[in-house]
Design a protein around this ligand. Structure first.
Ligand SMILES: [Zn+2]
Length: 386
């Protein structure tokens, strides 16, 4: 969710997002809206450096939560999960460090003002105060375009976003803080609703979907002048939920993360996940067929398997016309990960193809190496006419 565009009257989707039921962070208008995104001013974070800020007593008492979340963020921003963002000008980044905020020195908002919500502006003022005091480091440079502050909100405090306290798991925001140019230089995101679990892994599992969501959107739309769709959906919003509107995550090592929209693929992609096509053979041999006798054709099966982790879309166009001696029916199929599809190919030579025959069957798929092909070979012999 991009908070900044909430203030722009032309961006209507954010209000709809409030109707989603489980604090997902985006809207019905975004899910499955695959018209795609454009880059506007191209304001992205090319080399993200993430600073984690933990503001709850829980993080002082269960230090494993901080250790494990730091591991998760590090893996998220330094390895393959980021690679699909290169099309937007965002490369792999780094984990800059973490700060656990003392709730003795900085009591949670609710503990000071029970029942009063804590707005975007409140949070931003607090973040700037921490930066001014040197509690949170490093400070953004005057022309900063890489530092991102990720805040884990106090669990007893009701965050508000555009005046509403429901309908989001987090948001990201931007501002100027001692900026030395026209562009914003302070970029931050906040998440909430995590489990205060005794195990760091369980804590991360409860909120990793939202962390991946907000970081990806911060990286690709740092100040509201980056990548989003015509109706204001950012690249995680498009992919966070399936048809049931349930939040959809995919495994990433020992973590669970959201997919994000890939404009070049025209699809939601995950952490280094791809469909991968595998053929039972790259050369189908049909042996010898006697032309003019009884058995005038031979049939072989090519098995296509999806050994990747995303759906594989396969198209096999119709074969060339005669005298091409091989025949199959056109195929358009989606093969799920681990799935397979058998294709029957017939070698049916005529008198004109006596001798050795070669051909190719082209297979198109949504894979980097597409199109691929399988070689076909068969020999035709003249039969004895009775
Ligand atoms: Zn979002």
């Amino acid at each position: 969710m991009n908070l900044s565009r909430r203030r722009n009257a032309s961006q209507g989707h954010v209000s709809r997002s409030q109707s989603i039921r489980n604090d997902s962070g985006a809207s019905f208008g975004c899910h499955g809206n695959y018209f795609g995104v454009t880059g506007h001013g191209g304001h992205v974070i090319a080399r993200p450096r993430v600073v984690a800020i933990y503001w709850d007593h829980y993080f002082t008492t269960v230090s494993d939560s901080v250790v494990t979340m730091n591991q998760f963020i590090t893996e998220l921003v330094t390895v393959t999960y980021m690679d699909g963002l290169s099309q937007y000008g965002v490369g792999r980044g780094s984990f800059q460090g973490a700060v656990v905020i003392s709730t003795i020195n900085f009591p949670t908002p609710n503990s000071q003002h029970p029942g009063v919500t804590f707005s975007e502006d409140d949070m931003q003022r607090q973040l700037i105060a921490w930066l001014d005091m040197g509690i949170v480091t490093p400070q953004p440079a005057g022309n900063e375009t890489s530092l991102v502050y990720l805040i884990f909100a106090p669990s007893d405090t009701a965050l508000s976003l555009g005046g509403s306290t429901s309908g989001f798991c987090g948001y990201h925001q931007h501002a100027k803080r001692n900026a030395n140019g026209p562009d914003d230089n302070l970029f931050w995101a906040i998440v909430r609703g995590y489990a205060q679990a005794p195990s760091g892994q369980n804590f991360v599992d409860s909120i990793s979907y939202c962390v991946s969501h907000e970081l990806v959107e911060t990286f690709t739309n740092r100040d509201g002048n980056g990548y989003f769709s015509g109706n204001g959906c950012e690249i995680s919003d498009l992919c966070e939920a399936g048809g049931s509107q349930q939040i959809f995550t995919v495994p990433f090592g020992r973590w669970q993360v959201e997919k994000y929209w890939s404009q070049v693929n025209g699809a939601c992609i995950g952490p280094g996940l791809e469909p991968e096509i595998s053929f039972s053979t790259s050369l189908l041999r049909f042996g010898t067929v006697i032309v003019g006798g009884g058995g005038e054709s031979a049939t072989e099966t090519l098995r296509i398997r999806n050994v990747g982790q995303l759906d594989l879309s396969v198209t096999i166009p119709e074969p060339p016309p005669r005298p091409f001696p091989f025949w199959w029916t056109r195929l358009d199929v989606v093969i799920p990960p681990g799935g397979r599809k058998d294709v029957q190919i017939e070698f049916a030579p005529t008198q004109r193809q006596i001798g050795d025959n070669e051909g190719r069957m082209v297979v198109q798929g949504n894979t980097p190496e597409s199109p691929t092909s399988t070689e076909l070979r068969g020999t035709a012999k003249k039969g004895i006419v009775p």
